[in-house]
Write a protein that binds this ligand. Structure first.
Ligand SMILES: [Mn+2]
Length: 298
């Protein structure tokens, strides 16, 4: 049998990495990744003593299961010369493929929740795998504060917490979420690129990065540097570039951008100032930023 790789999106987050590891382990496939682990994911793999998946440089000639993404812009280089055999995801669908494949999509908080639901017994029997899926859910739903979080995410998380021996999942969630929130000693370029996704809105290339912070002061003091850095990114071929600094304690996002301010006003109903706008209650790129921008750009 050909080897099958399970791989998440570019600039992988905890859901992309942990869903790939767990699904590969359940199916006898090979877990892989595109790019470096962020600090949060590194903490999670270390905590549950699970090896880091290999980097796959190109999908060309490979069989792939894509988890936590379905847009071409987030797929591995060479995906068009790969055989995609299956997709498991919870993002909006922007996928076109020439042959029938398994495509499992649910509008819930995390890919890991889908995998946990489908494989409850196997996952419950393996504390490390349960711990990885729990971590992915806590991460993607911002400890259930994100509007993407559903009752199913909460129910699976409780079950996984028990199976993995995590007694207090909320404090474990805060412990893992604050790993990426630490911006000390990181360059602005590094902060912006750590969770950065490309989108195609009506034929226009748009980039949207996000960082979660536990207090916004550090980010505010870097505002000018952030805008400068977005400006140079834009020159590399984007119509507009956005960067969300999401405060996981207060529950809101400072959205920095370079591009047409009229689009931003159209998308979010308020006038930006100094290439930024504050959006109270906004936590989710997928649910609260992407749909508004996609509409505004159309
Ligand atoms: Mn996800």
């Amino acid at each position: 049998m050909d080897e099958i790789y399970v791989i998440g999106h570019k600039n992988p987050d905890t859901d992309s990495i942990c869903s790939a590891i767990v699904y590969a382990s359940l199916k006898g496939y090979i877990p892989a990744r595109q790019g470096e682990l962020n600090k949060e994911t590194a903490f999670v793999l270390d905590y549950f003593k699970v090896p880091v998946p290999q980097v796959l440089e190109s999908g060309e000639g490979k069989k792939l299961v894509c988890v936590d993404h379905n847009e071409a812009s987030q797929m591995i280089t060479g995906w068009d010369k790969a055989e995609i055999v299956e997709i498991i995801d919870h993002h909006k669908i922007n996928f076109n493929y020439g042959t029938p494949i398994y495509f499992h999509s649910e509008p819930i908080g995390c890919t890991a929740t889908i995998i946990a639901k489908q494989n409850q017994e196997a996952v419950k029997a393996n504390p490390a795998l349960a711990g990885l899926l729990l971590s992915a859910i806590l991460s993607d739903t911002v400890i259930f504060k994100s509007p993407t979080a559903t009752g199913e995410d909460r129910a699976m998380a409780s079950l996984l917490a028990e199976a993995s021996g995590i007694k207090d999942m909320i404090s474990f969630g805060i412990e893992l979420k604050t790993k990426n929130a630490d911006i000390e000693g990181r360059s602005v370029e590094e902060i912006i690129s750590s969770d950065f996704k490309d989108f195609d809105f009506n034929g226009k290339k748009i980039g949207i990065g996000q960082i979660e912070v536990a207090e916004s002061g550090g980010i505010e003091s870097k505002a000018k540097e952030i805008v400068d850095s977005l400006q140079s990114l834009k020159q590399s071929g984007y119509e507009a570039v956005f960067f969300m600094a999401t405060d996981i304690i207060k529950g809101g996002t400072r959205l920095f951008f370079v591009g047409d301010p009229v689009i931003v006003e159209k998308a979010f109903g308020a006038k930006p100032e100094n290439n930024a706008i504050y959006l109270p209650g906004v936590m989710s790129r997928k649910k609260q930023i992407v749909p508004n921008l996609e509409k505004a750009f159309s």
